[in-house]
Design a protein around this ligand. Structure first.
Ligand code: NI
Ligand code: MN
Length: 227
């Protein structure tokens, strides 16, 4: 299995049985100009929430790929208003696990606001625990550090995608605490460096994680890592 970073919080996962794309925000991202979104043909698009920096390319990529879109109910309704047909929308809510061709996706808590790009109610922001083959992966989405993460401690997570950019989400120090809460050592950073307020010192971040006994992977846009 493999993860590819497309900038910001956009992650593609090649799982057992299907390809998944999280939070597509590529064409508005100046740092991702070299990525051709027409080359992306996921089987599933999974949304943490509907803020513009997580959904900008959903409609285009869904049209190109006919992907099923997984989101919380109210964000899923916005996806429907973008012209995605209802049979391609998988609306779930907290605590719910959906069976998929790669395994399953469970919606878990995130501490963050949510609104659609047209400023309608988008429900609440969410994270996901993905099961595929013998791997378990946590995609935190946009979130602050929260005690709810401790509920994932016994999940035996292999990998976690955590926001580390601060300002709109938790920053490096809280992400290190989060890694402790979820009991996962292999962390891939998301939601950093895209905009000036979320710029981080990458070397310092890696050193801090390493000092806490954790591995922080920071991928260049377009690069992949074996999971
Ligand atoms: Ni957000
Ligand atoms: Mn965001």
């Amino acid at each position: 299995m493999k993860a590819t970073f497309y900038g910001h919080a956009t992650i593609a996962l090649e799982l057992e049985g299907a390809n998944v794309l999280f939070d597509p925000f590529i064409t508005p991202n100046e740092q991702a100009k070299h990525i051709d979104i027409n080359s992306l043909k996921p089987d599933y698009i999974i949304l943490s929430h509907a803020h513009e920096d997580h959904v900008a390319d959903v409609a285009t990529i869904q049209k190109n790929s006919d992907a099923a879109v997984i989101a919380i109910v109210e964000t899923a309704a916005w996806v429907g208003r973008q012209g995605v047909s209802q049979d391609k929308i998988l609306a779930i809510n907290f605590g719910g696990t959906i069976k998929t061709s790669f395994g399953s996706a469970k919606m878990v808590y995130a501490l963050h606001t949510n609104a659609t790009p047209d400023q309608q109610y988008g429900g609440v922001a969410a994270g996901y625990v993905i099961k595929s083959g013998d791997k378990k992966i946590y995609f935190a989405g946009d979130t602050a550090l929260t005690l709810e993460m401790k509920l994932l401690a016994d999940e035996q997570l292999d990998w976690a995608f955590l926001p580390i950019g601060d300002h709109f989400t938790m920053g490096v120090d809280d992400a290190i605490k989060a890694a402790g809460f979820i009991n996962c050592k292999n962390i891939i950073g998301i939601h950093y460096n895209t905009f000036p307020p979320i710029k981080i010192d990458e070397e310092e971040a890696k050193q801090k994680f390493s000092a806490a006994g954790l591995n922080l992977h920071l991928l260049s846009i377009g690069d992949s890592i074996e999971l």
